[in-house]
Design a protein around this ligand. Structure first.
Ligand SMILES: Cc1ncc(COP(=O)(O)O)c(C=O)c1O
Length: 376
């Protein structure tokens, strides 16, 4: 009988402890300068992030939600338009489409990668479709070759939802540089997280970048001169300063996540379904999602052993009350619905220890259930 050990789902204190001194200095710098709104640290982090992703522009905004909404607005997507996205994504993707007055049209997922199924995407296109939002869910880029082919055929704007995929690569290129624009979230538990809310849009499009800089700041070109109706969604200067400290560590953290994923897979493969990294896609394991037919029982057993887990997401978007007016019903997206009842997210963060991984894998082994679901 092994002693009980608490394994958190994420451990932000472990991430921040070695950075405490640098974070303190960065925050102190902002306080000393007093440039709290769109200060020097924002411009600096925008330049660093654009260089990291490999785009001409990066525009800091308030949240990942705002990043999607404003990217759609910058490309003129709005009332009367349809935007296709994955049925299985965090609700923010869908709500951002609703926020610009467009209609979200959902498409089922590829059950291997959890990304939008390109055939379902193609089938969802109508004469009103203006844009597609592929979501790099759980940290693995969507099949961008197939998505881009459909988009080109129908002249669609491609906005990547890269909120879970900081640093991931598709055919060697970073997620965030694969469409017309991309949205990132710096919610604290993301692979690159702020000390509060934050978001970013990356793009190579000069016109969209200029428009985004207006939209995030009341449409203001010069102080108190407003060119277009905008909003207030600026990346906070303190958050930008903290993110500049963290960005140089991101590739190392992602490499650690991949090592942990390998360790989980070698222990759990065959017992539960483990994540599949498709060829040409570098997964950054924002979430480590397994599938099993005894999901709820397993989660309870792990909870009893003080292992924290999550379910991403228990209710698919089309079955959420908030989406009732979209007119979908149970059975519309079978792959998404099947996965929602089987998925369980295990603890995953860079600082996870071998001991913790062993403890989780032992607990899953002891939970029984045998060889429940081979990898598909
Ligand atoms: C896939 C996805 N899209 C969008 C968002 C929205 O980001 P935020 O919480 O920063 O608004 C998130 C995360 O929360 C997300 O996981």
């Amino acid at each position: 009988m092994i002693a009980t050990m608490h394994v958190p789902f994420v451990d932000l204190r472990a991430q921040h402890a070695p950075l405490a001194h640098d974070l303190d200095l960065a925050i102190r710098g902002v306080v000393d300068r007093g440039d709290f709104i769109l200060g020097a640290a924002v411009e600096r982090f925008e330049a660093e992030y654009a260089a990291f992703i490999g785009t001409r522009h990066a525009i800091g905004v308030g949240t990942g939600f705002d990043a999607i909404e404003l990217a759609l607005r910058a490309f003129g997507v709005g009332r009367g338009d349809e935007v296709v996205t994955a049925a299985n994504t965090f609700i923010a993707t869908v709500m951002a489409i609703i926020a610009v007055g467009a209609r979200p049209v959902l498409a089922d997922m590829d059950p291997v990668t959890y990304a939008i199924d390109p055939a379902a995407l193609a089938a969802a296109i109508t004469p009103r479709t203006r844009a597609v939002i592929p979501v790099h869910l759980f940290g693995q880029p969507a099949d961008m070759e197939a998505v881009s082919a459909v988009a080109q055929r129908h002249n669609l704007v491609v906005i990547e939802d890269a909120a879970q995929a900081h640093g991931a690569r598709w055919q060697g290129k970073r997620a965030g540089s694969l469409g017309h624009a991309a949205a990132f979230s710096f919610y604290p538990s993301k692979n690159l997280g702020a000390l509060g809310d934050g978001g970013m849009i990356t793009t190579d499009d000069d016109e969209a970048a200029a428009s985004l800089r207006l939209l995030r700041n009341y449409g203001q070109r010069v102080k108190y001169h407003h060119a277009v109706p905008g909003t207030n969604s600026r990346l906070d200067t303190l958050q930008a300063a903290a993110l500049s400290i963290k960005l140089p560590h991101l590739d190392g953290w992602n490499a650690a996540r991949r090592r942990h994923a390998g360790a989980y897979a070698s222990r759990l493969g065959g017992r539960v379904r483990t994540p599949v990294a498709a060829p040409g896609r570098e997964h950054v394991y924002h979430l480590y999602v397994i599938e099993t037919g005894e999901r709820d029982a397993l989660q309870q057993r792990l909870r009893a052993r003080q292992i924290d887990t999550g379910i991403h997401y228990p209710v698919p978007n089309h079955l959420q009350d908030a989406c009732a007016t979209l007119g979908y019903k149970a059975g519309d997206f079978p792959a998404t619905e099947a996965a929602a009842g089987r998925m369980l997210s295990l603890p995953m963060f860079a600082e996870l220890t071998e001991e913790q991984i062993d403890y989780v894998c032992d607990a899953i082994g002891d939970a029984g259930g045998g060889r429940t679901a081979p990898n598909r």
